[in-house]
Design a protein. Structure first.
Length: 280
């Protein structure tokens, strides 16, 4: 108010700093900070109008006095009427004898005041329109900020959903791998047990063969026919050894692990068709 002599308060009290009020044009709520009204957004159109008015007010009185224009057709006649049909200022002689004698005219001051009033109303409409446009722009900028914030939040939510899917897949993968590992270990342990069993039998058989060979080289019949320390003759032991069952071998296809195969085609197709939900 101190820097602008044309500023006038419209109420009995000024709006305090830090207060709230609604714009009379767009009804948008405005919050004043510590700068008061000087912290509001500038309206260049209104400022230009004020500057022009200040310049007009600063001119000397004699410079602002009405300059009487003279008629080009009648040099001694002042322009004092306005032709409504031709929309041009003219003089009285042009109306009586000249080019505008058949036209409808009006007093120049009346037309001047009417057009000045229309211009003032137009300026007020422009100012109000500009205020509304500025309010719409502010609202759309706020919408942009809200869209960006909502987009960031939804991206975060989407990332969490997919992280949950990754976790489920990893956990299920771990469980299936453990199932394969358990059966693999069980089968390997069984086969290794059979290997040890057959290894022990092979070792015993090899020793018996060695004993039999030594017996074959014995030249004395009594010694050859004597009973072994265990009370069983060597041929009987060989016969018993040869009758050991070999049926405990793994069945055909025992090593096959194909039953652990899975079909994830339908799951992959479902994952490829993941889409955002619509509606509620």
């Amino acid at each position: 108010q101190a820097s602008n002599p044309l500023w006038q308060s419209r109420g009995s009290s000024a709006v305090p700093s830090g207060g709230r009020f609604r714009c009379p044009s767009c009804r948008h709520e405005v919050v004043l900070d510590r700068h008061g009204v000087y912290g509001l957004q500038r309206n260049l159109l209104v400022e230009n109008i004020i500057d022009i008015y200040k310049q007009e007010s600063a001119r000397p009185l004699h410079a602002k006095a009405e300059q009487h224009l003279m008629c080009e057709e009648h040099e001694d006649e002042r322009i004092n009427i306005y032709c409504l049909r031709c929309e041009a200022p003219t003089c009285s002689l042009c109306k009586v004898f000249g080019a505008h004698k058949d036209c409808e005219v009006a007093p120049l001051p009346a037309v001047y005041q009417r057009q000045k009033s229309e211009l003032s109303d137009g300026i007020a409409m422009l100012v109000a329109g500009n205020d509304r446009i500025q309010a719409i722009i502010s609202q759309m900028e706020e919408i942009c900020r809200t869209i960006e914030e909502n987009g960031r939040r939804q991206k975060q939510h989407l990332g969490l959903r997919f992280d949950s899917l990754y976790s489920i897949l990893e956990e299920r993968k771990k469980e299936l791998l453990q199932s394969i590992a358990r059966e693999q270990e069980a089968k390997v342990q069984r086969v290794r047990g059979l290997i040890r069993q057959y290894g022990d039998h092979l070792e015993a058989s090899s020793k018996l063969v060695e004993s039999a060979i030594q017996a074959m080289e014995e030249p004395q019949m009594a010694v050859y026919l004597q009973v072994s320390p265990g009370g069983v003759c060597l041929p009987c032991r060989i016969t018993d050894m040869s009758k050991v069952s070999m049926s405990s071998r793994p069945e055909p296809g025992y090593e096959n692990m194909d039953h652990f195969s899975i079909n994830v085609d339908y799951v992959a197709e479902m994952l490829r068709t993941i889409e955002f939900q619509t509606g509620a």
